[in-house]
Every structure is written in C-alpha cells, then in structure tokens.
Design a protein around this ligand. Structure first.
Ligand code: WTA
Length: 637
C-alpha cells in the first residue's frame, strides 16, 4: 500500500521538518490518520521530559497486527509478507503471503490463549531466525501480550536475569537454531536458565534442528502438537485485542552504563506510527519492494525493520536464518540475486568482513535489483562506505546511514534515499519530529556549525522509550536527568558546515562491538565472577572488523602461570554469564589499576593504552600509585 506521508523531494522534507517542529500535534495527527484505529485519539500528545512521561495518541484504541496484517488482506492478500531463506542453501525458501500470515498468526494466538496467556502477560521469545519467530511476536501482539525477545546468542544466565526482571511465565523457543555450521541448543540453554526461574509455567518448543531435548511434563509443549489442538478446535481466527495507544507492545533489553541490562518498553501506537513513517521515508518504500534487513530479530533493528514497520507498510520482508559469509563469502549476494532484493540494510561490521574477501564472491551474481542500501548500528568508516557504494550499489544506489537506538524505536537521523543529500560517514539530517542538539559536559547547547558535542534530542517523538520495565526512575535518571529537558543519547556527534550530523560513537561506558551494545560494567561483573579474579576494568579499542574490540585489564589473586589458558577460561566465563558476543578480545593481567585517591578507575588512561597511545595521559600524579601505569604500558598486548 502507499501512504500519503511519503516525502518526495528535498523541498518537501524541509517543509515537513518545519511543520513537525512548529506544529507537532497537527503534523503527527496527519500521519497517524493514515493508520487503522478502532478509536481515534482525543489528544495527540502529553510529554514531560522532567518526569520522563510520554503519551501519544491519548485514548486511541488499536491493535498493531490489524495494521500489519488484516488491512492488507483485501488488496495484497497474495503479496509475500515474509520470504524466508534458510541457513542451508539446499533447503527451500519459504514464502508467507499476507493471507498465510493472517492464518498462522491467528493459529498461534490460539495456542497462546490455550496456554493461558492473557493481555499484559510477558512472553519471552528465544528462537532462531525462523518464520515462526515473527509469527510468535505477532501472535503476542494480537492478544495483547508483551513480548520480550532475547537474542539467540545470549546465555542461560542472561535469559534468567531477563525472566526475573519482567516476571515472565511463558517462553517460546526452538529445540535448536542453525547458525552457519553450528547447531545452537536453544532449549537446553532455556532449561539451564529455568533452574533458577521456577515461576515459568509454560515453554512452547518449535521443532527445527531435531537436537535432543528434555521435555518437562506439564511445563513443556511442542509447537506442532499445540497447533494440532487448535486445528481440532476449528482454527477460528481470534479477535484482535483492543489495545490502548499506550499499552506496551514489547520489552527489549539493552546494555547501559550500569551492570544490569535495562528492559526498554515501547508503546503500541507511537511505535507503530513513528517506525512506519521512518521506514517509508528513509528507504523510499515502493509497493512490491523486497526489503532485506540482515539484522537478527533479537535486536531492535530486527523488531522494527524486519517486522513491524515493513508489514505496516504492506511490504515484503526477507529474513535470513544463516550467516552472511557461510558456507562461502558470496552467500549474501546469492540471496540478493535469488530474491531480487530491492533494499539492503546491514551493519558496517558485515561490510568490513565482506570487504576482506575481495571481489571474487560477486562473480556471477546479479545485483541489479538493488535500489537502496542502508547501514545502521555503528559508525561507518569512509573506506567501507565507498566499497559498499561501488561494489554493491554500483554507484547508482543511494546509501542511507541510519542513526538510532533501541530506546528510539526507529531511525532518528538519516538521509532519505535519493531525496535528501548524503555524505559518506554522515547520518546527515534528522527525521521530521526530531530536534537534535549538541551540548557540552555542563549541558550548555553548542550552537552553530562545524562543532562537536554530546548528542541530545530536544523534541519528543512518538516512539520515544516509555519506561524501563518495572523501574521508571532508572529510565528517568538514565536518559532525562543528565541534561535538563532533553533526551541524552550517550553518543558523541559532529555537526558539519552544512548542519549534517556524523555520529562519532559512545561517550559513556558502553562499547559498540560489531554493532552490538555491551556495557563495560556488565562485562566487568562477568569477569569478576571468574575464580581468582580480584578486579577488572574493561575498555574499547579500535578493531578493524568489529569497529570496537574489548580490552580487559584483570587483577588475579595469584600471578597467573600460563596466562593464555587462564585468559581462555575467563572468556568461557564471560560467554557463560553474558553470551559469546561479549568475549574479550584481549586480556592483560596486571598488578594494579590506575585509581584516584577516591578509588575511581581512570579509564581514560586505560583506554589510551589499549589504543596504543603510550604518552599524553594528562596528569597522573593524582593517581594513588602512578607506577602502575608504567607496568600496564609494558605489559600491553
Ligand atoms: C550506535 C541500534 C553511528 C550508537 C539501531 C547508538 C550508530 C547505538 C549508528 C545504539 C550510526 C547506531 N552511526 N553509530 N548510523 N546507529 N549507532 O540500541 O552508538 O543496538 O547509541 O540500536 O549504536 O545501538 P542499539
């Protein structure tokens, strides 16, 4: 379908942007009008930055799945909603039309109902990239349950922490997930998590890899057997639950600068309106486009730009189970060619790893269907941008560099493909409704162009984070208390002479490793769990492929004999506590850490050493023991 709010020229963008800030209520009402509502809103918004209290489309009633599925049935029922490509080249692709999706989502919604899931219940989804994953998410949304999807690379401990935080009683998982040459035993990992989560009542298990699993009587049910029961009941569609605009749609955990991941909560209406608006405009969606976002649905990019926004626009979303370079480095290009992909959205880390294979993997692959390329998740270096442009886009596809965060719901700063100007390494201009500002450390706004500062957002947008689950104060303190009357992103940015933004990276204690956010405090907690470790400090350093690598300085009770072996053991502990993505790249054993007399670790010095900068640490005489710096420098890896 086509939305009337699609911006078609730079002039139109400027006009939309002006109106969005001068008359935000009229502006967003005009956009929201194009969606399906059970009941329209009384007031467009009430926003209070001080209390971190945001309400959009107040008293509106809707169900997002009626926008994602039902409304397309009449004209686009036979259009593919999801095209699925398996991990294995040999396994057939699956095409799920909007009609099929309607059927499957209703069927699984009935399974959830039979299992006792009700509106407002939290449902954890821990699955591989199979079509049943979006079906499970949509089925939750259909009956008003709040899904909490956990990326399939997280450990049992991480799952348990998330289950406890949101008091989750229902889990949907798979026996296993295929990832490249591996078979990840998801159900076993869930079982490990559940040893400390007795409050979980039901686990629904999809058969995928035929890995042996233990099914606990009364608690664990096979997906296909539950479906059979629904068939026996007559397979009637469920009536979508009427949701208030502000009813939570999902929780998604993300790392911050404190030890514990936060459950970011998004609303039903604001999230739907904003994400669809950004999808249609940034990627310049045209009916029939095949949109391929290579992210995992377990991250926000997947939630928004594989699932919700694409389906609300009536588009076709390609989802891929495997790895872009497996079984060979031409796999991604095979898929683009095979499914005639029009829009490709990926992360700079993937581009850099593909670059390493040279141009041979492109041989014989027809990429002429591509119209728009996108990147997200981390800063893109100019070399990768140019390679992407020349070899993938053949210098004829606009590249959109989309900056945003889990807490934002959708893209905040990006060029609109072929409509607004682009510049390598720059996300360029804000989306309508978004007023970015740069501030210094005291919160003073830095005016003018060609300046750098901390990036904040001064205007509320419909998909702004509503709360952190069960702890609103944490949300307020994290994002709205650092600087008055604005949302603090945790990122640094540069505004060039034309007012274009370049996001330079995190300015807080969060690392961005292969476009995944990992908090240093979380990492240190995990390392400190390892036997014999007294203390640790983690910093990031530039990594050719991953963007940032993880550098850990570790103090042990006893000087380690065979440090490499112990380092491997520590990595194993981190993988067990958080997940394999968080394994430190470098571990240096030290006798002390540079600390101020008040006991604060001077991370600035550790960061410089990790980066290979051996001089200019500033004043080190204030350190409790300045000699540790020399020792650390000598032992640098
Ligand atoms: C970083 C991912 C530079 C940034 C959608 C942000 C980016 C964090 C870009 C959010 C970009 C995201 N250029 N950096 N285009 N996009 N980032 O929550 O540091 O997983 O704060 O959301 O990724 O990561 P998250």
């Amino acid at each position: 379908m086509e939305y009337g709010f699609q911006i078609k020229s730079f002039e139109e963008y400027k006009e939309a942007y002006r109106q969005s800030l001068e008359q935000p209520e009229e502006f967003w009402a005009g956009i929201a009008d194009e969606f399906l509502w059970r009941r329209k809103w009384d007031k467009v918004m009430e926003c209070d930055f001080k209390k971190a209290d945001f309400k959009w489309f107040i008293n509106g009633k809707l169900n997002i799945t009626e926008n994602c599925i039902d409304r397309h049935l009449l004209h686009d029922g036979d259009t593919p909603a999801i095209i699925w490509e398996s991990n294995s080249k040999e396994e057939a692709s699956r095409v799920i039309t909007y009609k099929d999706l309607y059927f499957r989502v209703n069927q699984f919604a009935n399974v959830l109902k039979n299992s006792g899931v009700k509106k407002g219940d939290r449902v954890c989804i821990y699955m591989g990239m199979v079509p049943e994953l979006p079906i499970a998410m949509l089925a939750c949304a259909r009956i008003g349950a709040i899904h909490s999807v956990i990326f399939g690379g997280f450990s049992a401990q991480s799952i348990a922490d998330r289950l406890k935080d949101a008091n989750v009683e229902f889990i949907i998982t798979c026996d296993g997930a295929f990832r490249g040459g591996k078979d990840i035993p998801l159900k076993n990992i869930v079982d490990d998590a559940l040893t400390t989560c007795q409050f979980v009542k039901k686990v629904i298990v999809l058969l995928r890899t035929h890995t042996p699993v233990s099914m606990i009587k009364g608690r664990d049910k096979w997906w296909h057997e539950e479906i059979k029961k629904v068939e026996a009941q007559g397979n009637s569609p469920v009536t979508a639950e009427e949701m208030d605009s502000e009813d939570p749609l999902f929780i998604l955990y993300t790392s911050g600068s404190t030890g514990k991941p936060k459950g970011v909560v998004h609303s039903s209406a604001g999230y739907m309106v904003y994400t669809t608006y950004t999808f249609v405009n940034v990627f310049q969606y045209k009916p029939g486009d095949v949109h391929f976002c290579t992210a995992d649905i377990g991250w926000v990019t997947g939630h928004t730009y594989i699932l919700y926004s694409v389906l609300c626009a009536g588009g076709t979303s390609l989802m891929f189970e495997g790895m872009l370079t497996w079984p060979d480095p031409g796999r991604l290009w095979d898929i683009v060619d095979k499914h005639k992909v029009n829009v490709l959205l990926t992360v700079p880390t993937a581009i850099r790893s593909l670059m390493a294979f040279g141009l041979t993997p492109f041989k014989g692959k027809n990429l002429s269907s591509l119209k728009v390329l996108g990147t997200c998740g981390e800063p893109i270096n100019e070399e990768a941008w140019r390679w992407y442009n020349e070899n993938v886009g053949k210098s004829r596809c606009p590249i959109v560099d989309t900056w945003w965060q889990t807490e934002n719901g959708g893209i905040m700063i990006a060029n609109l493909a072929g409509v607004t100007p682009s510049k390598p390494g720059y996300s360029t201009l804000p989306l309508p409704g978004v007023l970015p500002v740069l501030v210094d450390e005291h919160g003073n706004e830095i005016m003018g162009n060609s300046v750098s500062g901390y990036l904040c957002i001064k205007s509320p947008w419909p998909a702004i984070i509503r709360t952190t689950y069960n702890d609103h104060e944490r949300c307020r303190l994290n994002y709205f208390a650092t600087y008055e009357n604005m949302y603090f992103t945790g990122d640094g940015a540069y505004r060039d002479e034309n007012g274009f933004y370049r996001i330079t990276g995190r300015v807080d204690d969060v690392l961005n490793v292969s476009a995944h956010r990992i908090g240093t405090a979380e990492l240190e907690n995990a390392i400190n769990m390892h036997t014999g470790v007294i203390e640790s400090a983690v910093v990031g350093y530039p990594h050719e492929l991953k963007g940032q690598g993880i550098y850990a300085y570790v103090i042990m009770e006893k000087k380690p004999v065979g440090p490499e072996l112990i380092a491997e053991d520590i990595r194993a502990t981190v993988a067990r506590i958080i997940g394999p993505i968080a394994k430190p790249d470098k571990i240096q054993f030290v006798n002390g850490l540079p600390k101020t007399p008040s006991g604060k670790i001077m991370r600035r010095i550790l960061r410089k050493i990790a980066e290979g900068e051996m001089k200019q640490f500033g004043d080190t005489t204030i350190l409790l023991d300045p000699s540790v710096v020399d020792e650390i420098k000598k032992g640098r890896i």
